[in-house]
Ligand binder design. Structure first.
Ligand SMILES: Cc1cc2nc3c(=O)[nH]c(=O)nc-3n(C[C@H](O)[C@H](O)[C@H](O)COP(=O)(O)OP(=O)(O)OC[C@H]3O[C@@H](n4cnc5c(N)ncnc54)[C@H](O)[C@@H]3O)c2cc1C
Length: 395
């Protein structure tokens, strides 16, 4: 859609043949960081008409709940959206199909890349059992975590282990508010996201070491026991579970170089990071925007595509690399480090520190700003006052 809006002709190849196909294994919370792209695409009004819910995130920590609120007299906090993929994916696909310049070809699976003189020049596509070739000025792999385009491209890839499981289920009729809730049990995590149509998505990411065998033997029972044991647990027994408990035991982190000659990767195809942080959908929107900003005019108008691709690579790295490195490190399953403990405990005790943590979790600020000397100092001051206030009196 973004390319076509600049005047490019876009063949949008989707292996699923149904207009209503959607990704099932996802808790689909959209972070505030991607709202500008969602708005540029004209997606916010139809999503809200379809029931998408604006949310901020509250986080349980052993120091108490972090419940970010706007500063007195200031604008509301930037919000994210909770909307099920069964709503989001078809809506986005229909909007794309209606965009002048986009030709949506359903049931078209990409299974090969064309190359000429060291540059990718198109794809091989199979539709209805027939293989065809399609050439293009630019090939974009937006084909998800197990990206065919990414692996065929041979671009350098960094893999790292994720030592947590990921399980989720949908419930109807839970008495939840508008906030998304995350439990940082350190190192296990859990989530409850109120979505469209009165559905709450409940999920957990427990460590494999302590939970893999129980979840293998009895996924449903283990999941519901885990959720019931949460502090201030979502009252799942007051609602109705309307989905199976689904999940996965193997979600390695995959980070590919996001461009090569004549080719770019966006979304999970470039970076499939730990879903614990709920950033993948947002980063798919954002990376598409960065790509089109960098290379769109050249693709649509016949300019310098290689320079645009290099600029995209630089932007992708600058925006996401430090976030992903921290996520990779945490995916190994370690306790919070000293800086995280300092910043999270302060956020549970102080409104300004809560807003600072929220800006980071919303991916509106980077790791450097999150853990800047100034923020660490402010957090240390919050904690020192907290200790003073709570010190036992001698009198
Ligand atoms: C358990 C779990 C929970 C998650 N929770 C969240 C969350 O709360 N928030 C969040 O932001 N992210 C979450 N994610 C991550 C999120 O699902 C992904 O980051 C996001 O879907 C990436 O979007 P994408 O468009 O890059 O890829 P996808 O959504 O995977 O879309 C890829 C598309 O390409 C098509 N395709 C694939 N191969 C081909 C081919 N060869 N030819 C043609 N078409 C093809 C697919 O059919 C699909 O339509 C979660 C992931 C998991 C596993």
């Amino acid at each position: 859609m973004l390319f076509a809006n600049l005047g490019a002709r876009v063949a949008l190849l989707e292996k699923h043949s149904g207009m209503d196909a959607y990704k099932v294994l996802c808790t689909h919370t959209l972070q505030p960081s991607c709202m500008p792209v969602v708005k540029t695409l004209g997606l916010l009004p139809p999503l809200e008409r379809a029931g998408a819910r604006r949310h901020v995130t509250h986080l349980w920590t052993r120091w108490g709940w972090i419940e970010p609120r706007p500063a007195p007299g200031r604008e509301p906090l930037p919000h994210g959206l909770n909307v099920r993929r069964r709503t989001l994916d078809p809506l986005l696909r229909r909007l794309a199909a209606e965009t002048p310049g986009v030709e949506l070809r359903l049931g078209s699976g990409v299974n090969g890349l064309l190359e000429e003189d060291g540059r990718f020049t198109g794809v091989r596509v199979t539709a209805n059992g027939t293989e065809t070739r399609l050439t293009a000025r630019l090939v974009v792999g937006a084909d998800g975590r197990n990206s065919t385009v990414g692996s065929l491209s041979g671009l350098p890839v960094r893999l790292s282990a994720n030592n947590r499981l990921g399980f989720l289920a949908q419930y109807r009729g839970l008495p939840d508010g508008d906030a998304s809730r995350v439990w940082f049990l350190d190192p296990d995590t859990a989530f409850a996201f109120p979505n469209d149509d009165g559905v709450t998505v409940v999920a957990c990411s427990p460590s494999k070491e302590h939970h893999a065998s129980a979840f293998r033997a009895d996924p449903e029972g283990s999941f519901e026991r885990f959720v019931r044991a949460l502090p201030d647990a979502p009252p799942i027994d007051q609602g109705e579970r309307i989905s199976k408990v689904i999940g996965t035991r193997d979600l390695p982190n995959v980070y590919r170089k996001p461009y090569g000659p004549g080719l770019a990767l966006v979304g999970d195809a470039a970076l499939a990071t730990d879903p614990l942080w709920g950033v993948g959908c947002g980063w798919a929107f954002q990376s598409a925007q960065w790509l089109v900003d960098a290379v769109g005019p050249a693709v649509a108008g016949g300019g310098d595509v290689p320079a645009g691709l290099a600029a995209y690579g630089g932007k992708h790295r600058a925006a996401l690399d430090s976030h992903h490195r921290l996520m990779e490190d945490y995916a190994a399953v370690r306790p919070f480090n000293v800086f995280e403990r300092l910043l999270l405990s302060a956020a549970a005790r102080d409104a300004g520190a809560a807003r600072h943590y929220y800006a980071f979790a919303s991916r509106l600020i980077d790791v450097k700003e999150f853990a800047s000397p100034g923020s660490l100092l402010r957090a240390a001051r919050v904690n020192a006052f907290h200790r003073l206030r709570n010190a036992p009196s001698n009198s």
